[in-house]
Structures are given as C-alpha cells and as structure tokens.
Design a protein around this ligand. Structure first.
Ligand code: HAM
Length: 420
C-alpha cells in the first residue's frame, strides 16, 4: 500500500490514458485557434470576491463548492471554480476591451469544485474554454457554439447533442421571473424548494425529483416570454447554426448552474456518460463585465470538460491518440553502439522525428520487445558488425523488412520510411 494517495475526487492521468487526455485538450484548443482565439494564461486562485460577485452568491458553485481559504497575509482567496470570471477580471485589468472587439481568448487548465465525487464528476476538473468579449452579434454566438461542435467532431466524436435556448435579458427576464414565481408560489412545494423559488426560481425547473418535475410540467418558460430583441437575436443564432451545419435541439427547459447567463445559453450533452452527461456548456453574459467594475460590454463563451470528453470518447470507442509514442526506437548492442545511437537520436530529434532508445543493457530480444511496445514504425539496430562498418540496420517494424545504411544516411532513410 502506498503511503499517499491523490486527494479524494481528483483524477490522475497516467500513460497510456494521459495521451488520450492531452490529445483531447490539444484538439479542442486547436479548434479554437482555427477561429482566431488567442491563448490567455490566468492564475489558478483569485480574490474570493471575484467569484462571489461574478458567478453569483446563490449558485451551488459559490455557496457550497468553493475551495476558499485565507492565505498567510489574511486575504481570502479561492481556487477558481470556473474560468469566465477570471478572464473578465484580466480583460478589465489589462484594458483589452479598449482595443479591437471582440476580444477572442482560449484557455485550458484545472478548476476546483468541492462536489460529491462520482464517475465524471471530480473536485479538480479540467476545461478548455473560450470567451468572445465585447460584441452582442448573434453571428458570434453561432461561431462560439460551432467551435465547440467542430472541436468535438475533430476528435472523432459524434454521439453528442447540442441543447440551446435563450434566457432573455434585463429587459424581459424580470417580468418572466415574477410570472414563474407566482406560478411556483401556488404549488405544494416543500420549504427548501419554496426558498429556492424566492432566490432563483429558474433553478426549481431544473429540480431532478420526479414529483417536482410533475408539478412544474406546465410552468411558464422563458423561451415563450422573450422580448422582441431577444427573440430576434435567438432566431438569428439558430439561423447561423443552420448555415454552419451545426445540429441543435431547442430546449426551453435548459438551466445552467451559473448566474451570469443572458440570451443564448447552451449545453453539449453526451448520452453515453450516465448522470454527468454535460460535456460542455456556455452562453452569453451581458451584465458580467459591468458587474465586475468594467464597462458595459457583453460576451459569450463556453467551457468544455476535458475529463468528460475523454470519457465520451471511451463510450464511443474513439481512440483520441493514435500511433505510437515515438516514430523510431534505437536498439544498441553494447556501450559503444549506444554512444553512437545517442548521437543518431539527437540528429533525428533535431529533424522533428520522435525517438527513444533502449537504455541500460538489454538483450536484443528484450530490446526489440520494447521497440514493439513503443509503437515505433522504425527500429534502428546497431551491433558490432555495423559499428565497425559505420552503418546501422534500419528495420521497418510494419513491413518487417530491413536494410543497412551508412550512419550519414540514417535521417534520410528514416524519413523515407515514415513518409512512405
Ligand atoms: P460549467 O457548465 O459549469 O460552465 O462547466 C463547463 C463544463 O465543465 C461542464 O459541461 C462539464 O463538462 C465540466 N465540468 C463541470 N464540473 C465538473 C466536475 N465536477 N467534474 C468534471 N467535469 C466538470 C462553466 O464553467 C462556464 N465558465 C462556461 C462558460 C464559459 N460560460 C461562458 N463562458
């Protein structure tokens, strides 16, 4: 038994799954970069007030799930539970919103929520997120959603669904909220649910208990109470998605766990994942920047759960990282041969080719087994005879044939095989 374990609810990614994880994260980032999003690197902890004000005191994320502590200087800091508030803080702090709009940013990394751990629900979760800040253009909403959709598809995923709705804005939501609250007040709800209806009535619509679901089946829905402007915005987003060929389902009962959303709101759901089926979600947040002390600009973005993307790939039987961990594996017979192969490996790496060697002193048979296990396409074998002749055996691990080439010609010969 080891002396130490990873903290409860926190996943480790070790080989070979770590390659799948990295491929998912890198593929999602690449999809964002193809649409012109630039990387932003932010602190993992922030002033606690940022999340309380930005994400919303009444959310579970803020009221129950934050890792908050006083640092040694007595400041209250919190491990970031999500990325949007931190991005907004940085955009305001560095005046990025004073330049060309929209500001398009992509980020990746760990986030922390003290949730009850279960399959697909972790206390340290990993996201790739994007934010497009500064314009309220429905074409931008469609782009953000399409980046997520294309990101998933570029990884080979297809078994997911995109739910989308509009949550209205400061113009139409208050009246709807009152209507919903009046509806909920007339229902025989328990005390805790009544209280929730007072603070955040939308969340009652998301109550998973069947008896509550039955009671709210006829509840008024925001989608039916949008003002003309929100309705027009939403229809334009839908038209944009259609033009981009992004399949979607209107789901007027969609409720998100964070308070800053307005207008377009969406979630990617993967039925292969069981209870934790949300593989990504996001939406527009019109009031967030002003609420955090910046100017009054809107924005839209998403966060994709990388952990859940890896699980979704597994559920679909999709290999995220294909091929071996290296292209070439060197097998030296003896110390002198090893010194030569180390040099060859250096040259190959400088030429952009991935190389590993059999270190230690291994018999040919064991070393060839390692070459096989590495997934390398090419093995380089260097024995006494080749050493004396200034040559090396270049073995094609797929075709099984081999040729002997001079040391000067190794890079070229290997490149030929890899490209062939
Ligand atoms: P979120 O829906 O809270 O949104 O999280 C985004 C994604 O992170 C979820 O869809 C899920 O895949 C993943 N996720 C969340 N919690 C966990 C967990 N405990 N374990 C594993 N995965 C998890 C946000 O965080 C927003 N900041 C997204 C956004 C960006 N909205 C606008 N811009």
């Amino acid at each position: 038994m080891p002396d130490f374990y990873a903290p409860k609810g926190v996943p480790d990614y070790v080989p070979p799954v770590s390659r799948q994880f990295a491929a998912a994260r890198n593929g999602l980032i690449a999809a964002a970069e193809r649409a012109g999003y630039q990387p932003i690197e932010l602190p993992v902890f922030e002033d606690t007030g940022l999340f309380a004000r930005g994400v919303g005191e009444s959310t579970d994320v803020v009221s129950k799930e934050m890792y908050t502590f006083a640092d040694r200087g007595g400041r209250s800091v919190t491990l970031r539970p999500e990325g949007t508030a931190g991005v907004m803080r940085a955009v305001i702090e560095h005046g990025l919103d004073r330049g060309a709009l929209p500001v398009k940013l992509v980020y990746a990394g760990p986030f922390f929520r003290y949730e009850r751990p279960q399959a697909g629900r972790y206390r340290q979760l990993q996201q790739v997120g994007i934010e497009a800040i500064g314009l309220d253009d429905p074409a931008l909403d469609a782009e953000v959603i399409a980046v997520a959709d294309e990101g998933f598809r570029s990884l080979g995923l297809s078994g997911f669904r995109l739910d989308i709705t509009s949550l209205g804005d400061a113009n139409c939501r208050p009246a709807y909220r009152e209507k919903l609250q009046a509806f909920l007040a007339a229902l025989p709800l328990d005390e805790a649910t009544r209280e929730r209806a007072e603070v955040n009535p939308l969340r009652v619509l998301d109550d998973k208990r069947p008896e509550v679901q039955a009671l709210v089946a006829d509840a008024p829905l925001m989608a039916d109470h949008l003002c003309a402007e929100c309705s027009e915005h939403f229809e334009s987003v839908i038209a944009g998605l259609d033009a981009l060929g992004v399949a979607h389902v209107r789901n007027p009962r969609l409720v998100r766990g964070l308070d800053y959303y307005t207008k377009t709101t969406f979630e990617f759901v993967h039925p292969g994942l069981g209870a934790q089926s949300g593989i990504g979600g996001g939406g527009r947040y019109d009031g967030l920047m002003a609420q955090l002390g910046g100017q009054s600009l809107s924005g839209i973005g998403f966060g994709i759960g990388v952990d859940r993307t890896v699980l979704a790939a597994k559920a679909e039987g999709v290999e995220l990282a294909t091929g071996g961990r290296v292209d070439v594996y060197g097998v030296p017979m003896g110390a002198e041969a090893k010194a030569v192969l180390v040099g060859v490996a250096g040259k190959l790496r400088a030429a952009g080719i991935r190389v590993d060697l059999a270190y230690g002193s291994r018999a040919l048979k064991t070393a060839m087994k390692s070459a096989d296990a590495s997934g390398a396409r090419v093995a380089l074998v260097l024995g006494d005879r080749e050493l004396a002749a200034g040559e090396v055996v270049v073995k094609d691990m797929v075709a099984g044939d081999q040729q002997t080439v001079t040391l000067d010609a190794v890079v070229e010969s290997v490149r030929g095989l890899l490209q062939g």
